[in-house]
Design a protein around this ligand. Structure first.
Ligand code: ZN
Length: 663
């Protein structure tokens, strides 16, 4: 939902700017490198290339579902991107030779957020997700960020809108004012990345790689031989979630300054979407997914809700109840109902043609009735509101105030509603003398709807296009120029289309249940099907050990056979990697009356430090064996998951003492 929000917001800006006559490049894409991708792939028992291929397809489908009109798409695993990243470093080395140097790096790193937590080896938790950081210690290429404090401060001073919203900009400024440390921009321990030019032992640090996609995606090659679409650089806006603002507002401009490339004009950060007031996360199981909402309520409903409900820049709350309330109030009973009642009356009273606009009603005349005076007054007010709306809505959009923009447009929806309620065209229709007023009222209402559909098009593109057609208008609404909207543009005599509900009213309870069922299906695929065959328990101790006479599958053993295995609760006292063995950890386990040394084939899946204090199950009476010159005295029990047999250690949720026997 977070990615959907960023992408929808950008889509609204891109569509709006196109309707103002700009040629707009809208670039999006997928970051496909980094250790978290590498590990996620490992966990699923597939290669990283296969994983990113799957992920990319999911995003492409989602953008299609949400009606995102991007013009450029980049995957960071593409050759054109790798070439751009390498060239950016080459260019930097040519122009600012001292900006990049080699040194030893030691620190803590969050693989989930691709974030350096601290530059010391002391354990530290990630400030973003709270998970413990992993220890990194290796020779890296460093970027001399410390030399860019002053240039960045000058940049911020010269561009008071460089980062929005303001309070984020203040955070960025204080971060830079506090002094900048050089940052590592390469990795030796990772293979899944873009090789460093002329030093392929290193791959690029994922952020240097990912940020460069803003340029490679529109044709950057090296700053001299770029593709034609690189004319769009520098970007007017980079948009993202607040958690990655530092990379965009501090590191990225510094990287670009060092390379002598123009800087993006504005960095825009939105807040987080909370789910019923809590941060969405996989571990909490409270992630809202866009697909079920789109399937039940439509793409426009989700777009409208997110844009209207979230104050841009602040954290927003996602609630299914609020979504359905908004849907029914603003879309079904609001715009949907206004459109269908107006068009139905035009069909009924005006033979399905846009009626005449009676300009003479605007001025008092000899035979004027009281209702005419009032109706004409309201019509003038509605006209006035419409005339000033493009400017006001545009101003809100320019300030990234999406909620304010929709408020401006929906203000006309409710004015039109009140206008019809007061003028009662259905009463005027009974009196021939009131025919001019009837026609004028219906004309004004239809014209207001035309304004609304143009203005709301960037936010709710599908429904507005349908309304546009129902008004008898030709062509794509996206091709209409917002700044050329003129009151009176709707031509009397135009045959209107069949009024069809664009936002059917929803039963809240029923819709909510349908969404929830689909969400559960995404969270637990196959949850509605019988449970899968349980994976057989396996041992993690015997990396490379030859299996002893394997039992015939399904064959039973006696209780006496089982009793031969002595299983005990152990507490991990220490753990470390075994030199020269990628998969092995040397684990010291307290099994009650002694501390055993056990070699476990779990090094690719568990960080040694994280194991300390953990309760495990140990096969205590296994004959000792030697592996890599070290003795393994027992075995730690783990489930074997997936085709790769990823080990997942057995543990206890309740408190058990070391040495307790398992029966
Ligand atoms: Zn983290």
């Amino acid at each position: 939902m977070g990615s959907a929000y960023t992408t929808i917001v950008c889509d609204v800006i891109a569509r709006y700017k196109r309707m103002c006559g700009f040629e707009v490049a809208y670039l999006t894409g997928t970051d496909e490198h980094g250790v978290n991708i590498e590990r996620a792939a490992e966990k699923q028992g597939i290669g990283p290339a296969e994983l990113v291929e799957r992920n990319q397809k999911i995003f492409l489908e989602l953008w299609k579902l949400l009606g995102i009109q991007y013009t450029h798409f980049i995957r960071t695993t593409e050759t054109r991107h790798a070439r751009a990243v390498q060239n950016l470093v080459r260019r930097t080395l040519r122009r600012s030779p001292s900006a990049i140097y080699k040194a030893k790096y030691e620190g803590r790193y969050c693989i989930y957020d691709n974030l350096y937590i601290s530059d010391s080896s002391e354990p530290a938790d990630c400030p973003t997700c709270g998970r413990p950081g992993e220890l990194v210690s290796e020779e890296n290429y460093f970027f001399r960020l410390s030399a860019f404090q002053k240039p960045l401060q000058e940049l911020y001073a010269k561009n008071p809108q460089f980062v929005v919203p303001d309070f984020r900009f203040n955070e960025v400024k204080s971060f830079v004012d506090a002094g900048l440390r050089d940052i590592s921009i390469s990795r030796k321990s990772i293979k899944w990345g873009i090789p460093w030019p002329d030093d392929p032992e290193h791959v690029f640090y994922v952020w240097y790689d990912a940020l460069t996609s803003y340029m490679s995606g529109i044709g950057f090659v090296d700053g001299e031989h770029d593709g034609p679409d690189f004319k769009f650089w520098p970007a007017d806006i980079h948009a993202m979630g607040k958690e990655i603002i530092r990379f965009h507002a501090v590191y990225w401009p510094a990287f670009l300054m060092a390379a002598g490339v123009e800087l993006p004009k504005q960095i825009v950060a939105h807040g987080w979407l909370l789910f019923e007031q809590e941060k969405m996360s996989k571990s909490k199981g409270n992630i809202a997914y866009p697909e079920p909402i789109v399937k039940v309520l439509g793409n426009d409903a989700l777009r409208y809700y997110l844009l209207r409900e979230v104050v841009f820049g602040q954290d927003g709350n996602f609630s299914r109840d609020a979504l359905l309330t908004r849907y029914n109030a603003d879309l079904a009973n609001g715009l949907g109902n206004l459109t269908s009642r107006t068009l139905t009356m035009i069909h009924e009273y005006c033979e399905g043609k846009i009626p005449n606009r009676h300009v003479e009603l605007r001025e008092p005349h000899e035979h004027i009735t009281e209702s005419e005076v009032a109706g004409a007054g309201l019509a003038r007010a509605l006209e006035e509101a419409c005339r000033e709306r493009p400017k006001r809505a545009g101003l809100a959009l320019t300030n990234m105030d999406f909620s304010g923009y929709l408020l401006e447009v929906w203000n006309v929806v409710s004015m039109s509603d009140q206008f019809l309620t007061y003028c009662k065209p259905w009463v005027r229709a009974k009196d021939l003398n009131e025919r001019p007023l009837l026609e004028h009222v219906l004309y004004c209402a239809a014209e207001a709807i035309r304004f609304i559909s143009v203005l709301a098009h960037p936010a709710i593109p599908e429904a507005t296009q349908k309304i546009w057609e129902q008004l008898g208008q030709q062509g794509k609404l996206g091709d209409v120029q917002i700044d050329q909207l003129q009151w009176g543009g709707l031509k009397p005599g135009t045959r209107i289309g069949k009024p069809e509900g664009v936002f059917p009213r929803m039963d809240k309870k029923e819709a909510s249940e349908r969404i929830e069922i689909m969400e559960n299906e995404i969270r637990n695929p196959g949850s509605t099907q019988p449970a899968a065959t349980p994976t057989p328990a396996a041992t993690a101790g015997g990396a490379g050990a030859a299996p002893a006479a394997a039992p015939v599958p399904g064959a039973k053993i006696s209780i006496e056979d089982f009793a031969k295995i002595e299983l005990r609760v152990g507490i991990v006292k220490s753990a470390e990697k075994v030199q020269g063995a990628d998969k092995l950890l040397k684990v010291m386990v307290d099994i009650g009356d002694e501390v055993r040394q056990v070699l476990a084939g779990i090094a690719q899946y568990y960080v040694p430090e994280e194991l300390v204090g953990r309760k495990v199950v140990v096969v205590a009476n296994l004959a000792p064996r030697k592996m890599r010159g070290q003795e393994s005295n027992g075995m730690i029990v783990a489930a074997s998951v997936g085709p790769e047999g990823r080990p997942v250690l057995c543990t206890f949720t309740e408190d058990v003492p070391a040495g307790a026997k398992l029966k």
